[in-house]
Design a binder for this molecule. Structure first.
Ligand SMILES: Cc1ncc(C[n+]2csc(CCOP(=O)(O)OP(=O)(O)O)c2C)c(N)n1
Ligand code: SF4
Ligand SMILES: [Mg+2]
Length: 286
């Protein structure tokens, strides 16, 4: 633990507006803790969010932030990182935001591997719009948009991002703040795209997927799991009737920023190699 207190990262003029008991408070506390441990500089940190209750989180953090458009936080974050690779970029959004309306972006950011951390706050419901089903709502659950029950199997964000070559994939639970803080810290430290599936119950509009529900279902990733083995991580995520907390997968590979830097450098080198008086005259406007 560094010298900075977690609450040093609390925005001065904004109080969280979430309902009492909302899981997102735990995610916020864990993020403060991770930022303090890493001693992040708020003037070099950007939080980008989509739309939803979870999308409000950046308001409560001392950093730069961009409360963007529903489902579009990921491409915006990627643009910010490409424009200034020195920034720490963290994305926060909901399950609807990330794999509903914004689902088309997740595969591509995962395979491009920018050094961006993504916290998906999953309550298995559309919270802000008062309780419609989301892509992670369990089968047969009755919601305001599924009066006869959800008829499609839920998506698993961990399995999805593993399939899309994300270089860091983990799951945390907002009832375990210290553990979640450690996962977030490791995700931010990871050089590449880090995806953290944060189970964050909504006690107001999803009475089914509650803290109790997850307590029954969740256990720590089994000791001895090798996080560098993607195939094993996929098998772990497929385990029927069980869900694990912890780091499923981590692999170091070239980031999008590094790839672009190399392409740019190669172009410059080629330009310098080809440089003659004639080519210089061609490229110089008089
Ligand atoms: C383009 C667009 N479509 C729909 C909406 C309405 N809308 C706002 S938030 C939301 C769902 C939010 O659910 P989720 O992403 O899971 O976040 P939560 O509120 O549960 O944290 C919807 C459908 C919108 N703001 N913009
Ligand atoms: S509606 Fe649900 S997700 Fe939104 S603030 Fe309230 S408890 Fe949290
Ligand atoms: Mg949601």
């Amino acid at each position: 633990m560094g010298n900075i207190r977690p609450l040093a990262y609390k925005a001065e003029n904004a109080q969280p507006v979430w309902c009492p008991g909302c899981g997102d408070y735990g995610a916020l506390a864990a993020l403060y803790q991770a930022m303090a441990e890493l001693e992040l500089d708020p003037s070099h940190t950007v939080l980008v969010s989509g739309i939803g209750c979870s999308g409000r989180l950046p308001y409560f953090v001392k950093s730069f932030s961009f409360h963007s458009v529903h489902g579009r936080a990921l491409p915006i974050a990627m643009g910010i990182k490409l424009a200034n690779p020195n920034l720490t970029v963290i994305v926060v959004g909901g399950d609807g935001d990330g794999i509903g309306i914004g689902g088309g972006h997740l595969p591509h950011i995962a395979r491009r591997n920018p050094n961006v951390t993504y916290l998906m706050l999953d309550n298995s419901i559309y919270g802000l719009t008062k309780g419609q089903s989301s892509p992670t709502t369990p089968l047969e659950q009755i919601t305001s948009s599924t009066p006869y029950g959800v008829k499609e199997p839920p998506l698993d964000p961990v399995l999805l991002t593993l399939a899309h070559h994300a270089s860091f994939v983990a799951r945390g639970f907002t009832a375990h703040v210290a553990e979640l803080a450690e996962i977030i810290r490791k995700g931010i430290e990871h050089k590449g795209f880090s995806f953290i599936h944060v189970l964050s119950p909504c006690p107001t509009f999803n009475k089914n997927v509650s803290f109790e529900y997850y307590k029954q279902l969740l256990s720590p990733i089994p000791e001895g799991h090798d996080p560098s083995d993607r195939e094993k991580a996929i098998l772990l995520s497929l385990h029927q009737g069980k869900m694990y907390r912890g780091i499923y997968f981590q692999q170091q590979r070239i980031t999008q920023e590094e790839n672009l830097r190399i392409v740019r450098q190669n172009k410059l080198n080629k330009f310098a190699d080809d440089l003659t008086f004639e080519t210089l005259m061609k490229h110089t406007a008089f």
